[in-house]
Design a protein around this ligand. Structure first.
Ligand SMILES: [Fe+2]
Ligand SMILES: [Fe+2]
Length: 217
């Protein structure tokens, strides 16, 4: 794939993430026996805000993998290894599309909207992904492990905060939490390096800004 093709692919992925409807490859997780009772307005508002934050997280996950795939394709070194790495990131992005579809559908059901700042979140995460990709394969994979771990912990926190009877949101968050833990393990097995503590701290800070703002906007 040449530079123009790879760049067009990345632009297409960005537009699809931000503006196209998403279709997951797996059905949306549900709790078989329960169904979700009609929620009170304040529970709906809380669940909507938390699912908006999770949706933004998935927009950022798409941006990171798209940028890392682009870097792998445009970088230097063994072309076969670069292509293999690019495909690793594309496969990751395809699996994260399920999360994007599920959180987006749940936002609709709750009468909540996605973050108005999604293009900004996407651009920021894409920039981080490009910088990570430029550091080489092991560092780039390290930039997968760390956010996946942070997101997993964050989703565990949402299981405490979501209304107890919002079974529909809870089923989605529980499945996402399991998936993110597996994504971190996969990237680790693929050879990810452990990122230095200051880098992890910066990523935590960026995530804190994003989650705080996206809760409202
Ligand atoms: Fe995800
Ligand atoms: Fe993930």
């Amino acid at each position: 794939m040449n530079t123009l093709d790879a760049s067009l692919n990345a632009a297409d992925a960005a537009l699809r993430t931000l503006f196209a409807p998403h279709r997951g490859s797996r059905p949306c997780p549900t709790v078989a026996e329960a169904g979700t009772p009609e929620l009170a307005d304040e529970d709906k508002a809380l669940a909507g805000a938390l699912m908006r934050v999770n949706h933004v997280g998935e927009v950022c996950a798409q941006a990171l993998s798209n940028a890392q795939a682009l870097d792998a394709r445009l970088g230097t070194g063994n072309p076969q290894e670069r292509e293999q790495l690019a495909r690793h990131f594309e496969a990751a992005s395809a699996e994260e599309t399920d999360h994007l579809a599920w959180t987006s559908a749940r936002l609709d059901e709750l009468g909540a909207r996605p973050s108005l700042l999604n293009p900004l979140w996407y651009a920021g995460a894409f920039g981080i992904g490009l910088a990570a990709g430029a550091l080489g394969r092991r560092a780039s994979l390290g930039f997968v492990v760390e956010p996946e771990r942070q997101v997993e912990a964050h989703l565990a926190g949402h299981m405490d905060r979501l209304p107890a009877h919002d079974h529909a949101s809870r089923a989605i968050v529980a499945q996402m939490k399991d998936d993110e833990a597996r994504h971190a393990r996969d990237a680790q097995h693929a050879g990810a390096m452990e990122l230095p503590p200051p880098v992890k701290g910066l990523m935590r800070l960026a995530a804190k800004v994003m989650t705080t703002v996206a809760h409202r906007i």
